[in-house]
Design a protein around this ligand. Structure first.
Ligand code: FES
Ligand SMILES: [Fe+2]
Length: 328
């Protein structure tokens, strides 16, 4: 089988933090395509293709007026569903149907904005966001961290499912007290759900894009780390990480501490993951060597190969996205 680096599963992906989107539109990139996000008059997030159907100007340079998005170039205005409602140069002529912009499903939850990168006829046919309930649990104080790596998302996901790198890569942080061997390591995989227990931590990964780690912190204290793995294109990925703690919730400086500690951990991984050759998982299982402790990553790899072969699973080819800037 030839692995196609350009093909990715369609799913709900985190694209930015809620707090980044105020009353100005912003541009985000997902799977090789740019989108513009803005808030309508109720503050609800809307998402359109980033480039204006008129002359391709970047709509994130435009303005929000009365819940509509106005292009900065000639002032055409768009509703959240992409309907073009005004062409100022021709106020008395009907708007041509080609003037409407493409709109995409978008949601706001757990301090993040989520994008589903495919148009749908009927929003009811969309899969649910499927976030872990911990992200809505008010016993936790949450802190955000986001990193961008020059790496294919398959290598990024595997790095976070990987347990035996902790002792080596994170020897100055979370791996300081870990041995090269794994204690109490067990995992099961059913369909898209991974369930991993290791050294007192419990990890759930849901294919293709997100994962939670839960760790007791002594007594009733507990700590969670949530990750969404967002492919920007075939060479770049983002990880949106939300850390929750039910202790030291109101101690000044604690949020900053958690953010910078997380960043430090990610920066320990970054040069390793960016160094991997080939950039994505290789095209066949046999092209790299697997041992028992790689079990969760081996199952991920098998699931990715299965996805590539099963053409019925929704997918996006990032090269096609680039060829169809206005049409897709
Ligand atoms: S390019 Fe957007 S209105 Fe002309
Ligand atoms: Fe790591």
């Amino acid at each position: 089988m030839n692995i196609d680096l350009n093909i990715f599963p369609v799913a709900w992906y985190a694209v930015t933090w809620s707090k980044e989107l105020g009353n100005k539109p912003i541009k985000v990139r997902l799977l090789g395509k740019d989108y513009v996000l803005f808030r309508d008059e109720k503050g609800i997030v809307r998402c359109l293709n980033a480039y204006c159907p008129h002359r391709g100007a970047d709509l994130s340079l435009g303005f929000c007026h009365g819940g509509q998005l106005q292009c900065a170039y000639h002032g055409w205005r768009f509703e959240g569903d992409g309907t073009c409602v005004s062409i100022p140069a021709h106020p008395n002529k009907p708007v041509p149907s080609m003037a409407h912009a493409r709109s995409y499903p978008v949601r706001e939850a757990a301090s993040l904005i989520w994008l589903y990168p495919q148009q749908v006829e009927n929003e009811e046919t969309l899969p649910p966001l499927g976030l872990f309930k911990d992200l809505y649990d008010d016993q936790y104080t949450f802190t955000p961290t986001m990193v961008t790596w020059q790496a294919h998302v398959t290598r990024v996901v595997e790095s976070i499912l990987d347990m035996t790198h902790l002792h080596f890569v994170h020897r100055k942080t979370i791996g300081r007290y870990m041995k090269p061997t794994l204690d109490q390591f067990s995992f099961t995989v059913e369909g898209n759900n991974w369930d991993i227990h290791v050294d007192g931590a419990h990890i759930e990964f849901i294919f293709p894009q997100h994962m939670i780690l839960r760790r007791p912190w002594g007594g009733k204290r507990s700590f969670i780390n949530y990750y969404c793995f967002t492919p920007i294109d075939e060479n770049q990925s983002k990880v949106f990480c939300v850390t929750g703690r039910n202790f030291a919730r109101h101690i000044p400086g604690m949020n900053k501490f958690f953010m910078s500690y997380n960043l430090k951990i990610f920066n320990e991984d970054k040069p390793i993951v960016e160094s991997q050759n080939p950039i994505s998982i290789p095209e066949m299982m046999q092209l790299e060597v697997h041992v028992d402790s790689d079990g969760p990553q081996v199952r991920y790899r098998q699931r990715w190969y299965q996805f590539l072969q099963n053409k019925l699973e929704p997918r996006i080819d990032v090269h096609e996205q680039r060829l169809n800037i206005l049409r897709s």
